[in-house]
Design a protein around this ligand. Structure first.
Ligand code: NAD
Ligand code: FES
Length: 281
C-alpha cells in the first residue's frame, strides 16, 4: 500500500499526487512510467512519472479523470493509500544516457500537449539541472486547462504557450507555433521531444519531418496493462513490430505508423475510453 502524501487539483479533472514509494523514487528516471491501481480489483492505469524526490522517497503523478478507474484514484485523499504503484517501468528517455557536454551543445525543443505537459516536466527538469537550454511549446485547449505553468517556466529557457481558443498566449495548435518559431523567428533545433495526445504527436512528427528535426515521442497513450502481456500497445516502427510498454515508451517519431497505432488505440479502449478518443480525433 502506498501513502498519498499530497493531492492537488491542478485544474478541473486533472490532479497532482505525491505518493510515498521510496524504492520507485530511488530508481526512477525521466521518461519511465508506473502502473497505478486504486484498489485491489481496480483497473491498471499506466501513468508516466511526473517528478520524483529520492530523499523524500516520493514519486509524483499527474492524471486526468477520464473513466471510473481514474475517478477512483482521484477520490483518494492525502493520508489514504493506493493499492498498487508498480515501477519504474519502460526505458528512460534517451537523453538520460547522453554525454552532458554533448547535450549542452544541442538545441532542444519540447512540445507538450495538454496532460502530456506532466511527462515533459521531469525531462526538462533533468536537462535544466545539467545546464542544458531547452525551449518548450505548450499547447492546451484554453487558459483554464493549462497546467504546471510555473514549474515549466522555472525549468526551461523559453516557454511558448498556445491555446486552441486564444484565451492565453498564442492562438492556435502547437504545430502552428513550432512552424512560426522555425520559419518566421529563425529558431533552429537539433532535436524535438513531443508528448501529448496521439493526434498531436502524429502532426508534430509530420511537421518536424518536413523541417528536418529529429523527433522523439512517447507512446504511453496506447498502453493498457503496461507489462507486455496484453498486446494492446503493439506498434509498427520502421516496418518492425514493437511494444510501447516494453520497447518504449519513447520512439523515433518519423518511423512510427501513427494511423495503425491510433486505430489499435481505439480498438483496445473500453466503450467509455473510445468516446474520449473519438472526441479527441
Ligand atoms: P488536448 O486535446 O487539449 O491537446 C493538447 C494540444 O495538442 C492542443 O492544445 C493542440 O495544441 C495540440 N493538438 C491537438 N490536436 C492537434 C492536431 N490535430 N494537430 C496539431 N496539434 C494538435 O490534450 P488533452 O486533452 O490534455 O490530452 C489528453 C491526452 O494526452 C490523452 O489522450 C492522453 O492519452 C495524452 N497523454 C499522453 C501522454 C504521453 O506520454 N504521450 C501522457 C499523458 C497524457
Ligand atoms: Fe499491454 Fe504493452 S500495454 S502489451
Amino acid at each position: 500500500m502506498y501513502l498519498i502524501t499530497k493531492k492537488e487539483e491542478l485544474t478541473e479533472n486533472i490532479y497532482w499526487m505525491d505518493v510515498c514509494a521510496p524504492r520507485v523514487a530511488k530508481s526512477a528516471k525521466p521518461g519511465q512510467f508506473l502502473i497505478v491501481k486504486a484498489g485491489e480489483k481496480g483497473e491498471r492505469i499506466p501513468l508516466t512519472i511526473c517528478d520524483f524526490d529520492k530523499e523524500q522517497g516520493t514519486v509524483s503523478i499527474v492524471f486526468q479523470t477520464l473513466g471510473d478507474s481514474t475517478k477512483k484514484i482521484a477520490a483518494l485523499n492525502e493520508g489514504e493509500y493506493l493499492h498498487d504503484f508498480v515501477g519504474p517501468l519502460g526505458n528512460p528517455s534517451e537523453l538520460v544516457f547522453e554525454d552532458p557536454e554533448e547535450l549542452r551543445k544541442k538545441k532542444i525543443l519540447f512540445v507538450a500537449g495538454g496532460v502530456g505537459t506532466a511527462p515533459v516536466y521531469p525531462q526538462i527538469k533533468f536537462l535544466h539541472d545539467l545546464g542544458v537550454d531547452v525551449d518548450v511549446v505548450l499547447g492546451t485547449k484554453s487558459k483554464t486547462t493549462l497546467i504546471l505553468e510555473d514549474k515549466m517556466k522555472g525549468a526551461c529557457t523559453n516557454l511558448y504557450i498556445c491555446t486552441d481558443d486564444g484565451s492565453y498566449g498564442f492562438k492556435g495548435m502547437v504545430t502552428d507555433r513550432v512552424k512560426a518559431l522555425v520559419q518566421n523567428e529563425g529558431k533552429t533545433y537539433d532535436l524535438c521531444v513531443a508528448i501529448g495526445p496521439m493526434i498531436m504527436m502524429k502532426f508534430v512528427a509530420k511537421l518536424t519531418k518536413e523541417l528536418g528535426i529529429h523527433t522523439i515521442v512517447s507512446l504511453n497513450p496506447i498502453m493498457v496493462d503496461g507489462t507486455g502481456m496484453c498486446g494492446a500497445c503493439r506498434v509498427t516502427i520502421d516496418g518492425k513490430v514493437k511494444f510501447a510498454c516494453v520497447d518504449g515508451p519513447e520512439f523515433d517519431a518519423h518511423l512510427i505508423d501513427f494511423d495503425e497505432a491510433m486505430r489499435r488505440q481505439a480498438m483496445y479502449k473500453t466503450v467509455e475510453g473510445k468516446k474520449v478518443i473519438l472526441a479527441e480525433n
